[in-house]
Design a binder for this molecule. Structure first.
Ligand code: HPA
Length: 246
């Protein structure tokens, strides 16, 4: 039973170390997911892997079919999702390559299909999203980080922006005033859709740059790529340790 899924983000389009068993093209009432679902064994656990930006990393954050992705995983019996996501660090303690296990979300996105509850309803539905992340999964990630001797940032608010452009320095100042510690583009509506389907969900966010106006240097693609590579080494060791704790 593949009840655990890993959604990969930038830097985790293919999953080294995953022993692939099969791939499955899935269609859902909401369209086609970003990529075929990859079934495999990772550190002794059966998992499903789905790269949210597609197998060729060509689907930008605002064009991802989040509903199809989440529906496909739900349809295959997934109960726990670890969502890996690249972010910019706003908090001074979240330097590039730092891995963060956020505790809260503020959604600044717009125009995305953000709910399953819109048509053919017996009655209007609202889900409790006070705590957007699953406490048990977050704790497993923190324990795994400890076991892998990684210095994680435990907690923090993930501000989700529309993208695909990066923010202005003033926008980051505003996010900071709002209480955000990291900024990324894919956290929503993914987390909320997981909640609507009753799937446990936690983020493993990796800082790949200082957010706009926070670093000494300009944000370049080269430095983002370099930090992504280094950060993903940490993520892989975190996920390996996680498999032993789940
Ligand atoms: N802003 C928004 N999304 C991001 C960033 C950023 O600085 N870095 C990686 N994803």
């Amino acid at each position: 039973m593949n009840s655990i899924a890993i959604i990969g983000g930038t830097g985790l389009t293919s999953f080294a170390g995953l022993e692939i068993v099969r791939k499955e093209v899935v269609r859902t009432p909401y369209g086609t997911p970003s990529a075929p679902l990859t079934y495999g064994q990772y550190c002794g656990k059966q998992i499903i892997f789905l790269p949210r930006h597609g197998s060729r990393h060509n689907i930008p954050p605002h064009m991802i079919n989040y509903r199809a992705n989440l529906w496909a995983l739900h349809d295959k019996g997934v109960q726990d999702i670890i969502a890996v996501a690249a972010v910019g660090g706003i908090d001074a303690a979240i330097n590039p390559t730092k891995v963060v296990i956020p505790e809260q979300i503020i959604d600044y996105t717009y125009g995305r299909q953000q709910t399953f509850f819109e048509k053919d309803l017996v009655s209007v539905k609202h889900v409790d999203f006070s705590q957007p992340y699953d406490a048990r999964l977050r704790q497993h990630l923190l324990t795994a980080g400890h076991e892998a001797s990684l210095e994680l940032f435990a907690g923090g608010v993930y501000g989700v922006t529309q993208g695909p452009r990066l923010e202005t320095a003033a926008e980051i100042d505003r996010l900071e005033r709002d209480g955000c510690q990291v900024v990324g583009m894919t956290g929503m509506p993914e987390a909320a859709l997981a909640r609507e389907l009753g799937i446990n969900y936690a983020h493993c966010a990796v800082a790949v740059n200082w957010a706009a106006g926070r670093g000494e240097q300009a944000i370049t693609l080269e430095s983002i790529q370099q930090c992504t590579q280094q950060g993903m080494i940490k993520v892989r060791s975190l996920l390996a340790a996680l498999m032993a704790t789940l």
